[in-house]
Design a protein. Structure first.
Lengths: 174, 477
C-alpha cells in the first residue's frame, strides 16, 4: 500500500523545535523529523525516550570481562598449567590488561551492532529519503496523511504558520 | 537568540551557512583530483614502493637484512612501532576525550585526526608483524586451540597484552570513525550525480536518513564509544610502555613509564595532526573551518604534554641517581654522554626546548612556526624512543657483550616506506571521504560562527523560544 506524507520543510533548528511543539499541541501526530545534524532538545519535544543502548553496552562489556577472565584462568590454570617466571598459574594481576581490552572490545562492538540492528542500518543501494535536502541544510517534518481523515489545507496552514518555508506532499511506494 | 561570546573566537569563520559547509567539504570528494593532490600521491606511492621492496627483502632473506645484533635485538622496528602508535593517540584524544570534555573545537579536526589514528596504527602493526620473520604465522599470537603447537599463549607477557591492546584499539577506533562518517556519507550520497558514486556512498551510508530517533541513538552511541575509547587509549600506551617497564633492563624498569609514554604519545600525535592539518586546510581550502583558533588550542596541548615529557626526562635522571643502583646510573650517564649522546640531545632539543616557544602567543598563532615546530616534535619523539630502546640495550650488565647499532638501508627503507604507506592512505582518505565532519560542524555553527543566520525567521523565533532547547553558547562552558 502506498503511503502519503506531508512534509514541512524548515531551515532553522529553533523554528523547527517550536513548530514540533505547536504541531503536537494541535493534536497532529508527527511521523518523523529528519535533520542534517543532531538537534539538541528534539528528543524532549518529540517525546523520544532515552536510548537503552548504554545498557546493552554494559552487559556486552560484562560478558567481555567474564569471558576474558574465564579464558585466561582456564587456559593457564587448568587446561595446560605451566610455571612462568615462578608466578602462580592463575596470576590475576597479569590477566587484567587482556580482561580490560576484551571488555572494551565486546562493549563497543555489542553496542554498535545493536545500534545497526535497531536503527535498521545496513548497506543498501536504494535509500528512501523524503527530501534530499535533509542531509544538507533543511529540517524535514513528515506527517502521515490518512485518506479522508486528514484535513490537508488545515495541515498546510498549521505548518506554514509555524515557520515552514515549504510544504510538500510525498507518496512512498511500498 | 544568538549569544556571541565576547571572549572566545568563532570556530567557523567566513559567515558560512549549513549549505556552504556541505559545499566546501564535498567539493574535494566530487571534483576531479587536483594536480597538487596527484603530485602528493605520486610521492607517497614512491614511498609505498620502497616499503614493498624492503618488506620483500626482509621476508626473502630474513631479519638479517636489518642492523640488529645479539646485544641490540630490538632497534628501529620497535622504535618505529612505538612512534606510530603514539602518533595515533592524538586522534582518539581529539575525538573521545575532547568529546567528553565538550570541547567544540574538536569538531572540524576530529575526522582527519581519527583517520590519522587508523593509518598510524596500520603502519605501527607492520613492525612487530615483520619482526616475527614469518608474518604468515602471525595468527599464532592469538589464543587459538593448540593444534599447531603444544601451548596456549602466555597471558603474563606484555607482548601478548600488546596484541590485545593494539587490535582492540584499531577495531574500536575504526568503528568510532565509521559511525561518525555515516551521516556524512549520506550527505554525499544525496548529492551524488554519477551512478558509481551514488551506489558506493549508498552502501557506505548504511541507509542513513537522519531521522530524529536515529540521531538520538547516534548521539548515545558516540558518547558511550567516547567513554570506552578514553580509557582504551590510555591503556594502549600504558601497555606499550610495559613492553619495556616489565623487563629487568636498566633504563626500562621504572614505574614512571606508563604516564610518561601516554603524555609522549599525545605530544607526538598532536604534532602530527598539526603537520597534516596545516597542509590539508591549505590544499582543500578549509581555512574557515580549521582556523588559527584550532591551531592555537592544539599548540596549548603541545606545551602541556611537552612539559610533562620534559619533567619525565628529569625525573628519570634524578631517580637513577637516587636509587643508588650503579647499572641504572650508568644507563643514564651513557644516554646523555655516551656514544649516542647526539640522539639524546636531539631528543632534548626537539621535545623539551622547541615546544616552549609556544608560550609566545605570536608563535602559537603562526602557521609557519607551528609547522616547523611540529616537525621538530615528530623528530624529537622518534629520537626519544630510539634513545630509550637502543641506549638501554647496547650497554647492559656485561661489558663483554656491549655493542653498537647502526641501521641498514633496509631498516631505513621500511621506516621511510611506512611514511609512504601512511600518506598513501591519508591522501586516498582526503579524496574519497569528507575530511571535516559536516554534521558536527553544522551542529556547532549557530553557537560558534559569530554570524547571525536566518534573520528572515527572527520574527517567528520571538517569544516562544524554549531556552533549554537551543544550542546557544553558555558562558560557563
Amino acid at each position: 500500500m502506498n503511503k502519503k506524507f506531508v512534509l514541512g520543510i524548515y531551515d532553522d533548528e529553533d523554528v523547527l523545535l517550536d513548530a514540533i511543539e505547536n504541531v503536537r499541541a494541535a493534536g497532529t501526530k508527527i511521523y518523523d523529523v529528519f535533520s542534517p545534524y543532531p538537534v539538541h532538545g528534539i528528543d524532549d519535544v518529540l517525546g523520544i525516550k532515552r536510548s537503552r543502548l548504554p545498557i546493552v553496552a554494559f552487559f556486552c562489556g560484562l560478558f567481555g570481562t567474564s569471558f576474558a577472565l574465564w579464558m585466561q584462568i582456564w587456559m593457564l590454570g587448568f587446561d595446560w598449567p605451566m610455571i612462568i617466571g615462578g608466578k602462580p598459574h592463575i596470576a590475576i594481576p597479569a590477566f587484567i590488561p587482556v580482561t580490560f581490552e576484551l571488555t572494551v572490545l565486546c562493549a563497543a562492538f555489542g553496542m554498535v551492532i545493536t545500534f545497526f540492528i535497531v536503527s535498521r542500518l545496513k548497506p543498501s543501494f536504494k535509500v528512501n529519503v523524503f527530501d534530499k535536502r535533509s542531509t544538507d541544510d533543511k529540517f524535514v517534518m513528515a506527517i502521515e496523511v490518512k485518506e479522508g481523515v486528514t484535513d490537508m489545507s488545515a495541515l498546510n496552514n498549521l505548518l506554514r504558520s509555524n515557520g515552514a518555508i515549504e510544504v510538500n506532499e510525498k507518496e512512498v511506494i511500498k | 537568540m544568538q549569544h556571541v561570546s565576547p571572549i572566545r573566537e568563532p570556530l567557523v569563520t567566513g559567515g558560512k551557512t549549513y549549505h556552504d559547509i556541505t559545499q566546501d567539504v564535498c567539493r574535494q570528494v566530487e571534483a576531479k583530483p587536483n594536480v597538487r593532490w596527484a603530485a602528493a600521491l605520486a610521492v607517497a606511492l614512491v614511498g609505498l614502493a620502497i616499503f614493498l621492496y624492503s618488506v620483500y627483502r626482509t621476508l626473502w632473506y630474513g631479519i638479517g637484512e636489518w642492523g640488529l645484533n645479539k646485544t641490540v635485538g630490538w632497534a628501529w622496528d620497535i622504535t618505529n612501532f612505538v612512534w606510530w602508535v603514539g602518533i595515533g593517540h592524538a586522534g582518539t584524544l581529539i575525538s573521545a576525550i575532547l568529546l567528553l570534555f565538550r570541547q567544540k573545537w574538536r569538531t572540524s579536526i576530529n575526522r582527519a585526526a581519527e583517520a590519522m589514528t587508523i593509518f598510524a596504527v596500520i603502519c605501527a602493526a607492520m613492525f612487530p608483524v615483520l619482526h616475527m620473520g614469518r608474518p604468515w604465522l602471525a595468527y599464532w599470537v592469538l589464543p587459538l586451540p593448540n593444534t599447531f603447537g603444544s601451548l596456549w599463549v602466555n597471558f603474563n607477557s606484555p607482548l601478548l597484552w600488546d596484541v590485545f591492546a593494539i587490535s582492540t584499539y584499531f577495531s574500536v577506533s575504526l568503528v568510532f570513525w565509521y559511525i561518525g562518517l555515516i551521516p556524512d556519507f549520506a550527505t554525499i550520497r544525496d548529492r551524488a550525480t554519477g551512478p558509481i558514486a551514488r551506489r558506493a556512498y549508498s552502501a557506505l551510508s548504511m541507509g542513513w536518513t537522519g531521522s530524529a530517533k536515529a540521531w538520538s541513538r547516534y548521539e548515545t552511541v558516540s558518547l558511550i564509544l567516547a567513554g570506552l575509547a578514553t580509557p582504551l587509549v590510555l591503556s594502549v600506551h600504558t601497555i606499550v610502555s610495559m613492553d619495556f617497564a616489565t623487563s629487568v633492563i636498566p633504563g626500562w624498569h621504572t614505574t614512571i613509564f606508563p604516564p610518561y609514554f601516554v603524555a609522549g604519545a599525545i605530544f607526538s600525535g598532536f604534532a602530527m595532526v598539526l603537520t597534516l592539518m596545516i597542509i590539508t586546510r591549505k590544499v582543500f581550502f578549509l581555512e574557515h573551518y580549521i582556523t588559527l583558533e584550532h591551531v592555537e588550542s592544539m599548540n596549548k596541548v603541545i606545551i602541556l604534554t611537552g612539559s610533562i615529557v620534559g619533567i619525565a626526562y628529569t625525573t628519570e635522571f634524578f631517580i637513577a641517581w637516587y636509587s643508588g643502583v650503579e647499572y641504572e646510573q650508568y644507563a643514564f650517564i651513557n644516554r646523555a654522554f655516551g656514544p649516542y649522546w647526539w640522539a639524546y640531545w636531539s631528543m632534548m632539543t626537539c621535545n623539551v626546548i622547541t615546544p616552549q616557544l609556544f608560550w609566545f602567543r605570536k608563535i602559537r598563532r603562526s602557521l609557519t612556526a607551528t609547522f616547523i615546530i611540529s616537525i621538530f616534535v615528530n623528530i624529537g619523539m622518534w629520537f626519544e624512543r630510539f634513545v630509550i630502546i637502543v641506549t638501554s640495550l647496547h650497554r647492559d650488565y656485561l661489558p663483554s657483550s656491549w655493542a653498537m647499532f647502526s641501521p641498514t638501508i633496509i631498516d631505513i627503507g621500511i621506516y621511510v616506506g611506512t611514511i609512504g604507506l601512511f600518506f598513501t592512505l591519508f591522501l586516498l582518505f582526503c579524496k574519497f571521504f569528507p575530511v571535516v565532519n559536516m554534521a558536527e560542524v553544522k551542529a556547532i555553527l549557530k553557537s560558534s560562527s559569530g554570524v547571525k543566520h536566518h534573520t528572515s525567521h527572527a520574527k517567528s523565533m520571538h517569544g516562544t523560544a524554549p531556552e533549554s532547547n537551543t544550542n546557544t553558547h553558555h558562558s560557563n562552558e
